[in-house]
Design a protein around this ligand. Structure first.
Ligand code: C5P
Length: 220
């Protein structure tokens, strides 16, 4: 089974407040995107495509191994992944879509996703339980409802797919519909999505505190 990785790295990262796109922000001296690419390769992915902001192609090329293919991302994550998929080699049987914003994802997570695909799942996501009490609030900020958390899961990346299944699902997604992850795209096409164990270390870097925590993790 041959696997291609698509790393979504074309976001601006405005919530992080950095002076550069989030994927180029450094963690222990290396850009987040370099960590994410290394995780995919260490976990068993054969080739990697990275979607980048058009104006930053040279900076990404300098930060990544030469074997990594760079493609221009879009205005939204959905558009960026579409661009990455179009550039991903047609020889691959499966695709893993990963966020550059999850730099410390252990390669074991990649291996679990690949194993589920090899076992026949058409789509698979790493998940973790929800540990906080979770509620719905109304427009005024009052708690309107409590959500039983036993069956809730937080969804991480990389998310793995049979390549043909993912391409067909994106082809069937109307332009302009934006979904926050790729499993939502295949679910919209009626494809069952399996789960494997995620990992707390695969936490997403969104706000400055997340980067601080990631820094503590690599300092150990
Ligand atoms: O904004 P957020 O952190 O949810 O983005 C998740 C991932 O999607 C990030 O790695 C970001 O670089 C990527 N992205 C992208 N193209 C966009 C917006 C986000 O590749 N237009």
């Amino acid at each position: 089974m041959s696997a291609v990785g698509v790393v979504a790295a074309a976001g601006s990262g405005s919530r992080l407040g950095a002076d550069r796109p989030k994927a180029l922000v450094e963690l222990a001296g290396r850009p987040l995107v370099a960590w994410a690419v290394e995780t995919l390769l260490a976990g068993g992915v054969d080739e990697v495509v990275v979607t980048v902001p058009a104006a930053e192609r040279a900076a990404f090329a300098a930060a990544l191994p030469g074997r990594v293919q760079l493609v221009e991302g879009g205005a939204t994550r959905t558009a960026s992944v579409r661009a990455g998929l179009a550039a991903a080699g047609p020889g691959a049987d499966v695709v893993l879509v990963h966020d550059a914003a999850r730099p410390l994802t252990p390669p074991d997570v990649v291996a679990r996703v690949l194993a589920a695909l090899a076992a026949g799942a058409p789509a698979v996501v790493p998940v973790l339980p929800v540990v906080d009490t979770t509620v719905v609030v109304d427009d005024g900020g009052l708690v309107a409802d409590a959500v039983p958390r036993a069956r809730l899961r937080r969804v991480q990346t990389p998310q793995g797919f049979d390549r043909a299944t993912l391409l067909a699902a994106y082809a069937g997604l109307p332009e302009g519909v934006e979904l926050t992850d790729d499993a939502a795209v295949v679910r919209a096409a009626g494809v069952p999505v399996a789960t494997v164990d995620g990992d707390e270390r695969a936490a997403k870097v969104t706000v400055p505190h997340d980067l601080h925590l990631a820094g503590l993790q690599v300092a150990r």
